[in-house]
Design a protein. Sequence first.
Length: 562
Amino acid sequence: MKRASGRIGLAVAAAGALSMAGLTGTAYAADVNNAKNAGFESGLANWSCTAGSGAAVSSPVHGGSAALKASPSGSDTGQCVQTVAVKPNSTYTLSSWVQGSYVYLGATGTGTSDVSTWTPGTGGGWNQLSTTFRTGASTTSVQIYTHGWYGQPAYYADDISVFGPDGGGGGDPAPTIPAAPGGLAVGSVSSSSVDLSWGAVSNATGYNVYRDGAKVQSVSGGSATVTGLSASTSYQFQVTATNAAGESPRSAAVTGKTSATGTPGGGTVPKHAVTGYWQNFNNGATVQKISDVPANYDIIAVSFADATGTPGGVTFNLDTNGLGGYGVEQFKADIAAKHAAGKSVIISIGGQNGTVSINDSTSATNFANSVYSLMQTYGFDGVDIDLENGLNSTYMTQALRSLSSKAGSKLVITMAPQTIDMQSTSGEYFKTALNIKDILTVVNMQYYNSGSMLGCDGKVYSQGSVDFLTALACIQLQGGLDPSQVGLGLPASTSGAGSGYVSPSVVNAALDCLTAGTNCGSFKPSRTWPGLRGAMTWSTNWDAKSGNAWSNAVGPHVHALP
């Protein structure tokens, strides 16, 4: 969401052609790791990094005692390369454990098709990238590389492997497939998650977690939290150990059962709802009072709260001058009138310029206390999380659960992450949503200002199409959110965002595709979700500027969903 007319999001279109679907090759007895100093135990020996961007560090590491840290700049991606000896007409598996935002791994000079893969890496921790390539008839060496992205923070890489036939150039010793983990046990459970732990396995570089026979997570250590589960349900879990040689047999299975839960938050929000952001400032859109917001809007998110000098604390300052003399008492009365009409009014935290940071227990407590105070003062029904500069899932979860304990079951909690924030369940926004699944009302992801993104089928889709909306919503629906917790967030007009505006007819077509399997584009999901919550727009003010064309078209369509 934007305080001004909008901004262009991080350009990831350049990575659009890259697939995040990792390929795992089969290991044979003669195969070796042809990369040298693959774990950076000898510093940067055998590696060359652009613009002096690379260094060997002792923390964080994935294996051994060292890892690569490379720092991109505004004009350099922080690329580190190594030339590796290979055999002609041979297949190799290239893999690496990485940590950070927008980390890439690839190989050039293969003599056939050069390959690359990448991860947005928004969730923290180590993630494994893997791809395969085949060498040409006369290829005796290839160049492997890893890099970040312009202007992004430093990234880390460790335990890089070019696994395949011995190219004759030497390399790190070939690992053997690890043994199956032992001691798998169930720890704490919630209504939507189960904690697991197990014993470490010698020579393992990672572990895969399986739920009811399907792999659901990869981790580097001896524990994991499986999220996105249904309440009062039993699940069977197993774990395997992995390294460059392959994957171990599965561990003995254990059963974990989630706890019961009550009705999700937002008891007054209708089954299918439209959310609109109301601007507490004048940026050229129509200036409105809360009473001016059309009845097609079921949730009105007041934008925005302001940070205080207390860590995590927020307050609200009505822009009376900018809104033509709109007074606080009238503002409160208008909120009460919306309540009488069955609507919810919530306070939004963040926006493009939001600076609220919840990164420890103290700030989490301050956040919950200050938001609850605003709810009591103005009559807000809940809170919207629109922190576009990132969040910490651990402490945001703590803050929202604390707020829920104060406000009760009718608390409305919405979220408005950017598209990149919901690409993977390992992202901090996605983890927060799953962590509070039992009290969460709806996630209205912003399908704009993003460039191209991956859909749930692993294909890249460009914003501004039905496919972009449906294939990205599918990630959330398959990733563990209840359909009632998924909404489509779009600009109300071309002035509402830098890019990504679609006509209301496209929004309605996407809603039909997801709920009934009709009016789809080239992407058609394997199932439908009739309980989909609805749609959101930035903003009611830009909608009014366009004669309420968006809400007049999308509102009735949402309310008529099955």
